[in-house]
Design a protein around this ligand. Sequence first.
Ligand code: ADP
Ligand code: MG
Ligand code: ZN
Length: 560
Amino acid sequence: MPAVKQAVKREADLKGKLKEVFGYGQFRGTQEAIIQNVIEGNNTFVIMPTGAGKSLCYQLPALILPGTAIVISPLIALMKNQVDQLNAFGVNAQFLNSTLSKSEMNRVKKDVISGEVKLLYVAPESLTKDETIDFLQKATISFVAIDEAHCISEWGHDFRPEYRRIRGIIDNIGQVPIIALTATATPKVQLDIQKNLQMDEASVFKTSFNRTNLYYEVRPKHNTKKQLIQYVKQHKNKAGIVYCLSRKKVEEIAELLRVNDVKALPYHAGLDPHVRMANQDAFLNEEADVIVATIAFGMGIDKPDVRFVIHYDTPKSIEGYYQETGRGGRDGLEGNCLMFYSYDDIVKLEKFNKDKPVTERDNSKLLLQEMANYADSAVCRRKQLLHYFGEHFEKDCGFCDNCKHPKERFEAKDEVLMALKAVVQTEERFGIEHIGTVLMGMNNAHVESYGHNALPIYGVGKDHDAAFWHSLLRQTLLNGFLEKDIENFGVVKICPKGLDFIENPHSIKLTKDHNYEEEVKEEQEKEEVQEAAGHDAALFEMLKSLRKKIAKEKNLPPYV
Ligand code: ADP
Ligand code: MG
Ligand code: ZN
């Protein structure tokens, strides 16, 4: 058959299979191109947001190709979920993990070797066992799919050391193509994954991370419980997730919502597995409206109509935050993402990292700093998020708190010029904090040791404080004047647009950042004043009636 005809036929075959097995009429986005690529035996790297339909990209090729596809998945619950689903579609899919008995395992292995099993789900821990490798060498493997591939990278938010051993094991199985999939890949994480899996040449399919139906909002952590209850009541009878950082907090907040007549249930790793499962099911089946959870909840959970995702505590990283908010509005309808922020949370989280190895601690610190920057910034949230994931988003989105309630803007020319020159004069070898210090002319051992106190730029920006310079530098990054070297601890470098600016400076509009600590303090003061005024009024009323009484007693004219 001529190649063109063959391709046409395959297209029809793929669509036929999609309908026949999964019951869907159409492919979504780039699913079809990805599936073709896998069938052709190429290495494939898929980066698509949560809910985009990544699973199908390996499930369908597995049905078409001879042999068994190995699917590596980080969570037992996730595996079970997918295997159950596939079995319900009439597909022979099985899993191999620590929940199986010896005889069950042997049965699964037998079925794989005989070629009956189309998809075998494996936890990375089971995969690294010698006996598993032995058995896989006897089987016909069509390809290996690595789901949630960001677990490979220490820079991701769910680093799993066993994931780094996958490549070596694949080499032991023989020459098989790989498809890696993830919903979170900053350029740094993407690089890490490709390096570790030795698939630099893989075809990369990356779709935009813009979730246009999600509304992003950050509020200071102040009267948080009251705000939470109000917010949840505004979304009465709608499904929502409230994320907290600790198990204890999860319990506390679930209880708080319950006594306020919200059908809320807790979910965290400390609960009895049966209770945990029952609570998850109750949420999925709409017996409960709200699930209050640690981040243990949600990976791979497929509930399309989650209408709000609240971060009661400030999350540990933007990756995590994006992933968790991504569970809202998967059906393309309304999705509200509210995060409560306080710098105290950041400090607390930093303390948790105290005992980690140095590099890990530094990574975590950087991730936390990015989170704090995001929260404080008055720039369009979507612009910031997409920038973080390596996408450029030109206009403000109009659909986030910062766009809806814009902060004061100011024109800057000289200051931008100063900042850019500082980057050049310090030879593009430092991060935002150091550049700020040099601009303000604050000498310290670090500044001195590099001789930066002798630079022409030293101290020219002393009229502004650190917060100002950090904010300005962050915004010049967002605007593409500067870029952060992700390979190199956030060192800031100048871009062509920045060089143009130095040659031809012009005024640009910048935004004044939030200062939540101050805002909360002011708000508190206002409340106190109102209360005080209230006290005065009551006192006045009391005095008035007292005077009336005295006047009456003494038979004087009433005093008003
Ligand atoms: P991801 O892994 O990217 O987060 P999933 O693979 O879990 O997403 O898919 C999300 C949802 O989209 C699932 O309910 C899945 O059945 C559905 N889905 C995937 N592809 C299609 C399609 N082509 N048509 C309709 N629904 C689809
Ligand atoms: Mg998935
Ligand atoms: Zn916006």
